[in-house]
Ligand binder design. Structure first.
Ligand SMILES: [Ca+2]
Ligand SMILES: [Ca+2]
Length: 466
């Protein structure tokens, strides 16, 4: 009896030990020791109230709108039975703190919220997704009601998206009720058909699409294929007849007008046989219809001197293009004008205190842009600088300095600009206004008078003798 009791006790102890070791084995082979694991099935309730499971639906664990780190397996896909698994958290420091609300999303639909708890395993966390929102069909091309070129291949595009998932097998695209073969990018949502140039005429596109829950959307739009008309462009400035001048490293202003109902872009190129200035294109959308563009085109430092053509090219959305050119409309000139010898009348030593002093000078610009202006600058020792615009008279530039008091020392020089903005400065000249010496002058005049009388008398005597 005793032995039997002992045997039963021993058996119970052994059984208990075996059970304990089995439990610890099950624990060690069970759910991963991540902070939190959730798994279950995804069921979709569709438009008709039917429930379904779908392969490859993406399930996310997010804190607010941020998906938790992917190394924590917080993004899962449903398998062929619609089963998903999410493991929130990992050994790194991105694990959310205990008690964090975590949102569970299926595709773009927020399904439910769980509270994060460490070492938790939720094996039957089934998700029911209700989707009654139909897909959206937008970004239609050709633009509804537009005219497109009958000479170019025809793209028909639409952006097709859904809050859950597009059922790709449901997509239908027709052109004048004829089925089109389409391609669909399920990442970007771009639905596309490309065919050869359409014949002239009126076309209606129809796109019909359903999501996986069975909600359906349709979109119809029309366009007309007509002979393409390229943009018209006219350069207002600069022109061959009314050239612009610039030096390297400075801008040239270009003005052009255009007419184009569907503009895409424009480009300005200033170039000649030896050099092309970096082109300038529009950086913002061009106003459809007619317009004027005024733009500053920088001339690069390496642009060499000479004449350049200005070309404006415009494209429309059908890639029809037109280019207009003004030849030799820009001159690059980097050489300052050349200032000749300054002529002063009266010259130094003969300037009286009532005398206006005339300054003249020849200024040339060789084969450059031409002389734009010449300025005479003068001052008297220590006083402010005065400026006189010189005028071109009979081939020389002329200006004058007004009378100054006796003994004044006048300093002056010339600056000259060419039409490209290069300038030259002459050396400084000077003169002193004479101090009158009346006694000396009186003696001189008297002596001259006597000499004249003497000469007359001598001549008369000679005449009498003969
Ligand atoms: Ca939907
Ligand atoms: Ca020049």
């Amino acid at each position: 009896m005793l032995n039997k009791k002992l045997r039963i006790t021993t058996l119970l102890v052994i059984t208990g030990l075996m059970a304990l070791s089995l439990v610890s084995f099950v624990k060690s082979a069970g759910p991963p020791l991540l902070p939190m694991t959730i798994q279950g099935y995804v069921t979709i309730q569709g438009a008709g109230g039917t429930n379904m499971t779908v392969l490859n639906l993406t399930v996310y664990a997010k804190v607010q709108n941020t998906t938790l780190p992917s190394n924590a397996q917080t993004v899962g896909l449903t398998d062929s039975q619609g089963k998903y698994t999410l493991s929130v958290g990992s050994s790194d420091n991105t694990v959310p703190p205990e008690g964090t609300p975590i949102d569970i999303w299926v595709e773009n639909i927020n399904v439910t919220r769980v509270i994060f708890h460490y070492q938790t395993f939720l094996p039957d966390f089934n998700l029911t997704v209700s989707d009654t929102t139909p897909p959206t069909i937008q970004a239609l091309y050709p633009l509804p009601g537009s005219h497109i070129s009958s000479s170019l291949p025809l793209w028909i595009n639409a952006s097709v998206t859904d809050n859950l998932l597009i059922n790709e097998t449901s997509i239908q695209m027709t052109l004048n009720q004829t089925q089109l073969a389409w391609t669909f990018n399920n990442v970007t949502g771009l639905l596309t058909n490309l065919t050869g140039p359409p014949t002239l005429g009126y076309y209606v596109v129809n796109v019909t699409v359903s999501d996986i829950a069975g909600n359906t959307a349709s979109q119809a739009w029309n366009f007309t294929a007509s002979p393409g008309v390229p943009p018209t462009i006219s350069i207002t400035s600069p022109t061959t007849a009314n050239r612009a001048y610039a030096k390297s490293g400075t801008p040239v202003q270009v003005i052009f007008t255009y007419t184009e109902p569907n503009p895409l872009n424009w480009t300005i190129v200033i170039s000649n046989a030896g050099h092309t200035v970096p082109s300038v294109s529009n950086t913002t959308a061009i106003t459809p219809g007619s317009g004027t563009v005024t733009i500053s085109v920088p001339i690069d430092q390496s642009a060499t001197e000479g004449l350049y053509n200005v070309a404006v090219t415009m494209y429309n959305i059908d890639t029809l293009t037109n280019t207009t050119t003004q030849t030799n409309a820009v001159m690059i000139d980097n050489t300052p004008p050349s200032i000749g010898t300054l002529t002063q009348v009266p010259s130094n030593g003969f300037v009286q205190d009532n005398a206006t002093v005339a300054i003249s000078v020849n200024v040339t610009d060789g084969t450059g842009s031409g002389v734009y202006n010449v300025t005479l600058w003068y001052n008297t020792s220590g006083a402010a600088m005065h400026e006189v615009d010189m005028t071109l008279t009979s081939g020389s530039w002329q200006g004058s300095i007004p009378p100054m008091p006796s003994g004044t020392v006048v300093l002056y020089n010339i600056t000259a600009y060419d039409k490209a903005g290069n300038n030259a400065v002459s050396a400084t000249s000077s003169y002193t206004v004479n101090i009158p010496e009346f006694p000396t002058m009186t003696v001189l005049i008297t002596l001259m008078a006597f000499a004249a009388i003497f000469t007359v008398l001598v001549k008369r005597r000679k005449t009498i003798k003969t």
